[in-house]
Design a protein around this ligand. Structure first.
Ligand code: ADP
Ligand code: ADP
Ligand code: MG
Length: 538
């Protein structure tokens, strides 16, 4: 079954088509004798946001540790003493020379927002306010607290927060420090699109006076946030090569294309494309589940209204809206976990659910868990449609509590899809996945829906993923924590336009068809609003 995501050939494996160029004989750093080797380094630039775009395990964090002075690069000689004179000689005449000279004198002070934030409650026991106050070195904390809407949780203990709250606190803590260089390793997991835009705005403000380096897999956000990107490619866990900086539009387009013209390297043999027509294929779908108009109140605090609609067999339905607007509550109503105050589902629907926050507290192996979840583990269908595209083979014997965030996410997705259900609901499956894995995820889910004649609902805040993955959309709006209403299901054009109108942002499409966020109040922004073309134009 074609999925409409990729043009040309669309293989599952991120092909091993990259070999190490022969002229690259001197890595910047190598872990152990036959360990991972990193070539090149990103360059922090005064007054700019520099992005690093690349797969997990390709050396991004390693590069950053070097820039921070936490790791002295061994220039590929893991046994020898690291010698800064030798390293600096390698970088003579390059833009990095001055920067590395500072690092070698231990005079660079970095501020870091680490990728995984769930460790914060383990190392810090106080309240939100106590944590943040200890980072207030630039006198900007109040501004960040206001903009990131942290006022109402300041007195809460750090151990008692949602992932989205922790993420915003971690961003505020990093930006509040006085540092020579700021590094943020993924800002978007668990944030809704409003919060993503706010975080991006605050980082841009900071970058006017300080160099900032970010890693980000939400490409719409990376695009508006970064000035330049370094593409990182290679073979994850084997070697990674960091390119010279590219303009952000060009860098992202080359990445999606899978081809780097300046380096003359094809690192993926298919291109990721955005095509409005991909959603309008002539498929006839039966109704799988009809749901009536429903209402649900939680005390006097939150109320949710759902318009009647239906979910079709074989479709992926994208579900978008702010945090706290009732998306999970809707899922619970469909599953019969919560009963609506008005309206009633007329039949029981069997639902498989992947929650937003995935727990990795089991010491069982991945394979054991998956075998428990489904009897067809050994079938070629399961291997080919689930295990391979989710790259689970290398971690089948790992115990679940040892997995990285991205690995755990992929296991949770597999566990959900392993169940026998009418409807699969995945809450933020993109969290901690890199771009390559998001593209494969889109394909896995679309094939699963079609192959099983099931319905799949994907709740996510990555607009590109929603665009790639969905056939139709359900849009939630209202006031988070107070009221929520669900509209739709819409076709993609009406759904995206409704959603973005609510957000008050417009996208244009560049020559390759890729959507890009317009600058607010720019000519295009105003023109598109007037026409009601927030994202899709025919
Ligand atoms: P990324 O940030 O792009 O996900 P990393 O820089 O964290 O990648 O890791 C790149 C590779 O280096 C991975 O294969 C990882 O296992 C390996 N690696 C990272 N740190 C160490 C270390 N201290 N010792 C040995 N190998 C390491
Ligand atoms: P979303 O999934 O869109 O982030 P939720 O459906 O989880 O939103 O929550 C919507 C609102 O309802 C939030 O303000 C949340 O605090 C509240 N809420 C969710 N579950 C309950 C519950 N069991 N009791 C009281 N309030 C709840
Ligand atoms: Mg990393």
């Amino acid at each position: 079954v074609g999925c409409g995501i990729c043009v040309k050939k669309c293989p599952f494996e991120a092909l091993d088509i990259v070999t190490l160029p022969e002229e690259l004989d001197n890595p910047t750093h190598r872990y152990g004798t036959n360990g991972f080797a990193l070539y090149g380094l990103p360059i922090p630039v005064e007054g700019k946001v520099t992005g690093i775009l690349g797969a997990n395990g390709i050396g991004k964090s390693t590069a950053v540790k070097i820039l921070c002075g936490q790791l002295v690069p061994n220039v590929g000689n893991p046994s020898g003493e690291s010698d800064w004179d030798e390293i600096l000689k390698q970088y003579t005449g390059t833009e990095l020379y001055d920067y590395l000279q500072q690092v070698s004198k231990s005079s660079v002070k970095p501020a870091l927002k680490p990728q995984y934030i769930d460790y914060i409650p383990k190392v810090f026991k106080g309240t939100v306010s106590e944590l943040l106050t200890s980072t207030d070195e630039r006198g900007m904390l109040d501004h960040y607290i206001r903009e990131l809407r942290l006022e109402s949780i300041l007195d809460r203990p750090i151990g008692n927060l949602s992932g989205g709250e922790l993420q915003r606190i971690a961003i505020a803590a990093c930006l509040s420090r006085e540092a020579d260089f700021y590094f943020l390793d993924e800002i978007t997991p668990f944030l809704d699109i409003y919060q993503r835009m706010t975080a991006a705005k605050l980082i841009r403000e900071l970058a006017e006076t300080h160099p900032v380096v970010i890693v980000e897999h939400d490409l719409a956000i990376l695009d508006m946030l970064a000035d330049t990107v370094h593409v990182a490619y290679g073979k994850p866990s084997v070697f990674g090569i960091i390119t010279r900086p590219k303009g952000v539009r060009i860098g992202i387009n080359q990445y999606l294309e899978g081809f780097l013209p300046e380096e003359n390297v094809r690192f993926r043999d298919y291109a990721v494309t955005f095509e409005t027509r991909a959603h309008m294929r002539d498929v006839v779908r039966q109704t799988l589940i009809a749901f009536p108009e429903m209402e649900k109140k939680y005390g006097d605090i939150f109320s949710l209204t759902i318009a009647a609609g239906e979910i079709r067999a074989g479709e992926v339905l994208g579900l978008v809206g702010a945090n706290g607007i009732g998306k999970s509550t809707f899922a619970k109503l469909l599953a019969g976990v919560e009963k609506p105050d008005h309206g009633e589902m007329d039949k029981e629907v069997k639902i498989a659910y992947k929650p937003q926050y995935v727990k990795g507290d089991s010491s069982m192996s991945v394979e054991f868990l998956l075998r428990q979840a489904c009897r067809t583990f050994d079938s070629s269908y399961y291997q080919h449609e689930i295990i391979e595209p989710l790259s689970l083979n290398p971690i089948l014997q790992s115990s679940v509590d040892q997995l990285s965030g991205g690995e755990l996410q992929r296991v949770a997705i597999a566990l959900c899809l392993s169940q026998d259900a009418d409807l699969y609901i995945l809450d933020e499956p993109s969290a901690h996945l890199d771009v390559e894995q998001r593209v494969k995820l889109a394909r896995v889910l679309r094939r699963h829906a079609e192959g099983k004649e099931a319905g799949i609902i994907v709740i996510d805040h990555d607009i590109y993923l929603i665009d790639m993955i969905s056939e139709r959309m359900l849009v939630f709006d209202g006031t988070p924590g107070v009221t929520g209403s669900a509209y739709g299901p819409y076709d993609m054009k009406d759904g995206m336009n409704h959603f973005l109108k609510e957000l008050e942002i417009t996208f244009r499409r560049d020559k390759s068809g890729r959507p890009r966020i317009n600058k607010p109040e720019s000519y295009l922004d105003r023109e598109q609003r007037a026409k009601g073309e927030y994202y899709y134009a025919d």
